[in-house]
Design a protein around this ligand. Structure first.
Ligand code: LUB
Length: 196
C-alpha cells in the first residue's frame, strides 16, 4: 500500500511550489511573502513553512524546478534521433515554448535576474545551457554540419546570450507575448551564420 501521507506531502509541496512561482513571476522575490503564497494555494503559513522553512529556500526550489525542465526537454528530442544541428534548433525552440508558457520557467528566470537581492546560493545561470549546446555543436562539427572555422564553444556562448536577450526583450516589452515570433528571427540569423 503506497504511503498515502507521503504522496499527499509530495502533492502539497508541488502545489506550494507552483503558487510560489506564480507569485515570484508576478511580483518578484522582495514583494512576495510566504503569506501571499499560502493565500494563493489556500493553505496556512505553517503548512507552507513545513515544506519550505523560509522564502530563500522556496526561491532555490523554484529555480531548481526551472532548471529541471531542460534535461527532460533534451531527452525527449534526443529520442527522436535528429542530426545534431537540428537537435540544437529543436531544443532552443522547446526552451522558447517553455519561456512563453511555463510559469515555473518564467519565475526561475526572474529570480535569476534578482539573484543579487536574494540571500541564497542560486545555481549559476547560463552555464548549463552553454555546456549543453557546446556538446551538441561539437557533434554537429564532427558531422560536418558547421561552417568551416566555427568554434562550438564560442557558438554555444553566443546562442545562450542571444536566447537570453530575446526572451528578456520580449518579456520587458510584451510579457513574452511575442516571444514565439521574436525567437525565430534571432534563431534563423544565428543558424544561417554557423550552418555549413
Ligand atoms: C538558453 C538561455 C539561457 C537562459 O535564459 C534565461 C535563463 C535564466 O537564468 C537562462 C539560464 O539560466 O540558462
Amino acid at each position: 500500500m503506497p504511503d498515502l501521507r507521503q504522496e499527499r506531502a509530495v502533492q502539497t509541496r508541488a502545489q506550494v511550489l507552483r503558487a510560489a512561482a506564480e507569485e515570484f513571476a508576478e511580483k518578484g522575490f522582495k514583494s512576495t511573502s510566504i503569506q501571499d503564497v499560502a493565500k494563493r494555494v489556500g493553505m496556512t503559513k505553517g503548512a507552507v513553512y513545513f515544506h519550505f522553512p523560509n522564502k530563500e529556500i522556496l526561491a532555490i526550489a523554484v529555480v531548481e524546478a526551472h532548471y529541471s525542465r531542460w534535461p527532460e526537454l533534451l531527452e525527449g528530442i534526443l529520442a527522436e534521433g535528429h542530426p545534431p544541428l537540428d537537435t540544437v534548433v529543436r531544443v532552443l525552440d522547446g526552451a522558447a515554448q517553455a519561456f512563453a508558457t511555463d510559469i515555473v520557467v518564467q519565475a526561475g528566470a526572474r529570480l535569476q535576474l534578482e539573484r543579487s537581492l536574494i540571500d541564497a546560493e542560486l545555481p549559476q545561470p547560463y552555464v548549463g545551457w552553454t555546456q549543453l549546446l557546446a556538446h551538441l555543436l561539437t557533434s554537429a562539427r564532427e558531422a560536418g554540419e558547421l561552417r568551416e572555422g566555427v568554434d562550438p564553444e564560442a557558438a554555444a556562448r553566443a546562442l545562450v546570450s542571444g536566447f537570453f536577450g530575446v526572451q528578456h526583450v520580449s518579456d520587458t516589452l510584451t510579457g513574452r507575448a511575442d516571444l514565439l515570433q521574436r525567437w525565430p528571427e534571432f534563431r534563423d540569423l544565428a543558424m544561417a551564420s554557423i550552418r555549413a
